[in-house]
Design a protein around this ligand. Structure first.
Ligand code: NHR
Ligand code: GAR
Length: 214
């Protein structure tokens, strides 16, 4: 079964969605540890409530990003995981970290990549007048939010949406998308081959699309 490390910085609602999917038997895997760069991340409580190992490595304790990332690697490698899942993890990772986990490092990003890399994605989608928005799960490379996209979930932008209402619906879509991608990884449907995702043996030309919830 797939051994998973989850990296968080905050609420951990994606972590919760993944834990729930594991508990329901939808992912043939287990979460070996949850790591946060913030001691007050609520996701740590969610993990402890399930008896999952947690670790806090505070980025401010390190003078250099490289040293912080080496500390992350030491902890994650001690858990001996198959995949490292960024779930609302808010620190940009060095090329050395990304290279160490090449092909085993995933992120969920709250936009339809390649649109809106970086931060404040909901505000930017509203300001652009987009009619559709959503989330993407991608393999992480050294290029921020630029690694190959595995799958996306699209939602409509509604006429009276605010940043908050749009963010709430993107979150719901994230909670469907991330567990699905991990289920595909765990059952062997999804593989990484020389920098490119493969799905059921075929190189992915375009990202997989999750069907709407209703
Ligand atoms: N690292 C690499 N190398 N590549 C990616 O694609 C990464 C990554 C680290 C995190 C998540 C990402 C997102 O989904 C992610 C993808 C943080 C920032 C950021 O600007 C940007 C993108 C993402 C995560 N972080 C600030 C920094 O200086 C700090 C912001 C804060 O602490 O609130 O690291 O959006
Ligand atoms: C999610 O919307 C995720 O896509 C986003 O942070 C939120 C975390 O929520 N990630 C980023 O913005 C990464 N820069 P959660 O802690 O409740 O899972």
């Amino acid at each position: 079964m797939l051994k998973i490390a989850v990296l968080i910085s905050g609420a951990g609602s994606n972590l919760q969605a993944i834990m729930d999917a594991v508990a329901r038997g939808e992912i043939d895997g287990r979460i070996a540890g949850v790591l946060s760069n913030r001691a007050d991340a609520y996701g740590l409580e969610r993990a402890k409530a399930q008896g999952i190992a947690t670790a806090v490595i505070t980025h401010g304790d390190f003078a250099e990003r490289a040293a912080f990332d080496q500390a992350l690697i030491r902890q994650i490698d001690a858990w001996d995981v198959d995949v490292v899942v960024l779930a609302g993890f808010m620190r940009i990772l060095t090329a050395a970290f990304v290279g160490h986990y090449e092909g085993r490092l995933l992120n969920i990003h709250p936009s339809l990549l390649p649109r809106y890399k970086g931060l404040h994605t909901h505000r930017r989608a509203l300001e652009a007048g987009d009619l559709e928005h959503g989330c993407s799960v991608h393999y992480v490379t050294a290029e921020l939010d630029g690694g190959p996209v595995i799958a996306q979930a699209t939602i409509p932008v509604l006429p009276h949406d605010t940043e908050a209402s749009l963010a709430a619906r993107v979150h719901e879509s994230e909670h469907r998308l991330y567990p699905q991608v991990l289920a595909w990884l765990a059952d062997g449907s999804l593989q990484y081959d020389a920098g490119r995702p493969r799905f059921r043996g075929q190189p992915l030309a375009t990202p997989l699309q999750l069907p709407p919830s209703r």
